[in-house]
Design a protein around this ligand. Structure first.
Ligand code: RAM
Length: 352
């Protein structure tokens, strides 16, 4: 059980999660912990605590992901569930949160790393103190965590984005990437696979990546980077933004610019944030997975590790509640599911 309340300066998602349930999203300052629950889940964690640290709190994607994580934690029966984290996704912004949660005695830490290496020493200390460390969404270096819960195989995310942009530009053209932070392990893995595929797969040989810029998962910076891309590359055919913050900001810029309908935009987005841009013709198609499932599986993985049901070795299996049995794969990674492509025909079926 955790020894105390989350450290001063920790930020909570109480209202963000409520807002997210209603389709909005914001964050407040303070700290949050909840107690209760029983041991009715299959893992006995009734005296244990779990802490979620997303890349940043003021991100609607994080809100949905944490919603799934908290649902699972309640279902499993953790005695205490905490959500803390920074408001911006910079490299070292999570270190103080890791340290204070571990000092307070959290049993399970579930973290989306802003930088695969910057969080490592703190995560190593956490593991030495007996905390089980699960990364989700964005991995740390592999030797600093017990398990990584990956949304989708990284290569499959890359291929989905390449297929969408290729369809939209008719197979060839100039493409820019507007990413999250320069250190984000998840975006960098997807971009690397995109570049490798363009270089090696004839299907994508007409795609030329002419620029890569970083909006830092900050709405204003992403908007400005989109504007800057179009100024610097007036002959651009498409922007691929593998971040929900970046794609929404870019769509907002394009929707009122002369480029609307001329420069394509695709990547990874939340249907609820992108719906109006699909309906007004700014965006044809983009993709994502259900972030709530990612949080849900991560909480179950943490419970399975903490209760001793698994050690975190490749080949072991655990049950992730109503999402069923999962197997630990190569590199101690668990894959949650497949991406979905959203367009005018199906976007109204999704509510996240
Ligand atoms: C942003 C974040 C997150 C990523 C999604 C697709 O919200 O960068 O880490 O997984 O986009």
């Amino acid at each position: 059980m955790k020894k105390g309340v989350a450290a001063l300066g920790a930020l909570s998602l109480t209202s963000a999660l409520l807002m997210s349930a209603c389709g909005g999203g914001t964050s407040t300052q303070g700290s949050e912990s909840s107690s209760g629950g029983d041991a009715s889940g299959s893992y006995d964690v009734s005296s244990q605590s779990i802490t979620f640290i997303p890349k940043q709190l003021n991100n609607p994607f994080s809100d949905v992901m944490l919603g799934g994580g908290k649902n699972a934690a309640g279902e499993i029966g953790f005695a205490e569930v905490n959500v803390v984290g920074p408001l911006e996704a910079s490299s070292s912004s999570q270190v103080s949160f890791i340290n204070s949660e571990v000092q307070a005695g959290t049993n399970v830490l579930v973290i989306a790393a802003n930088d695969p290496d910057a969080v490592c020493p703190a995560l190593q200390d956490a593991r030495k103190a007996g905390t089980k460390v699960v990364t989700f969404d964005s991995d740390s270096a592999a030797d600093c965590r017990d398990l990584f819960i990956n949304q989708v195989e990284s290569k499959q995310v890359a291929i989905t984005m390449l297929d969408m942009v290729s369809d939209q530009i008719g197979g060839s053209g100039k493409v820019a990437i507007l990413s999250a932070t320069a250190n984000a392990a998840n975006q960098n893995a997807w971009i690397k696979f995109m570049e490798d595929e363009i270089a090696s797969n004839d299907k994508y040989k007409g795609i030329e990546i002419v620029a890569k810029v970083y909006g830092d998962d900050d709405d204003t910076k992403s908007f400005q980077e989109a504007q800057g891309l179009l100024q610097a590359h007036p002959d651009l055919n498409a922007i691929v933004s593998p971040t929900t913050v970046g794609i929404a900001a870019t769509a907002r810029y394009l929707s009122t610019s002369d480029y609307k309908g001329k420069v394509f935009l695709t990547g990874l987005g939340l249907p609820n944030e992108m719906r109006s841009f699909v309906k007004d013709g700014t965006v044809k198609e983009f993709a994502l997975w259900d972030p709530a499932q990612l949080g849900y599986v991560a909480a179950y993985a943490g419970a399975a590790l903490d209760s001793g049901a698994i050690k975190g070795e490749v080949g072991e299996k655990f049950t992730a509640g109503n999402l069923g049995e999962r197997t630990i794969g190569e590199n101690k990674t668990v894959v949650v599911g497949d991406p979905v492509r959203f367009n005018a025909d199906n976007i109204d079926k999704y509510d996240f």
